[in-house]
Design a protein around this ligand. Structure first.
Ligand code: ZN
Ligand code: FE
Length: 256
């Protein structure tokens, strides 16, 4: 199996997985990069997985279905171009001969789902849309901080070697914020240098791994004393009233 991030728009990735004959894509915000990759690699599109309704994740779905006849899988409660198989979380979705467990991860949007495959070529695989980013998390457009924290906790419980396939290349700016929260975190300092090198060469910083995210992502670390202290130093009243996670999310929204 090959796992390829297809760049789209300014900073999206459309993840493509293929076995040399059949392919699946996740969150195709536009059709053209997918059609070009199918043509280039001589592939048939078998399925399209959709994590949430935002246009930068769904804009290419209708055109790709029309061009390829691919099966579409998406969240039960969101507006996604029909026809599709609607998933609520808890079920298994079979695509490309792999079993993906569907995870209900509300917060960025109310019906956001993620797709987890326990084993693909020796390691687990997670397509998490805009819920978890490397060193960051999605904005809370339709959910509460408590919902998002519970969603991120459920992702953080996945095994260490899980490959984390996020939909945006936001890693460098997320790392800048993460370093403002935890300037003394050596893993974070090291990963920042590594990602600066990758980006200077035009390479993606993804996929990440869950083991790495637990060490560098402030939104998975809201119970770590240094992170609690940083949120309190940023806004003691907010940290006391709304908690560390909500304070971090609010701080990130205004951080430049
Ligand atoms: Zn989104
Ligand atoms: Fe997005």
């Amino acid at each position: 199996m090959k796992l390829i991030p297809l760049p789209a728009f300014a900073d999206n990735y459309i993840w493509m997985l293929h076995d040399g004959r059949q392919a699946l894509v996740v969150d195709p915000g536009e059709a053209q990069p997918v059609l070009a990759a199918l043509q280039r690699e001589g592939l048939q599109l078998d399925s399209i997985l959709v994590t949430h309704h935002h246009a930068d994740h769904t804009g290419g779905v209708a055109a790709l279905r029309k061009a390829t006849g691919a099966q579409v899988y998406g969240p039960a409660t969101e507006a996604i171009p029909e026809p599709l198989t609607r998933l609520t979380g808890g079920e298994t979705c079979a695509a490309l001969g792999l079993a993906f467990r569907v995870l209900d991860v509300p917060g960025h949007t109310a019906g956001h789902i993620a797709f987890y495959c326990a084993e693909m070529d020796g390691a687990p695989l997670l397509f998490c849309g805009d819920t978890l980013f490397s060193a960051g998390c999605g904005r809370l457009f339709e959910g509460t901080p408590a919902q998002m924290l519970a969603s991120l906790d459920s992702l953080a419980a996945l095994p260490d070697p899980t490959r984390v396939c996020c939909t945006h290349e936001y890693t460098l700016s997320n790392l800048t914020f993460a370093l403002a929260v935890e300037p003394g975190n050596a893993d974070l300092q090291q990963h920042h240098i590594f990602c600066q090198q990758l980006r200077a060469e035009g390479l993606p910083t993804l996929p990440s791994t869950m083991a790495l995210e637990r060490r560098i992502n402030p939104f998975l670390r809201s119970r770590v004393p240094a992170v609690i202290a940083a949120a309190t130093a940023h806004d003691a009243d907010m940290a006391r009233d709304t908690g560390t996670f909500a304070t971090l999310r609010q701080w990130k929204n205004i951080y430049r």
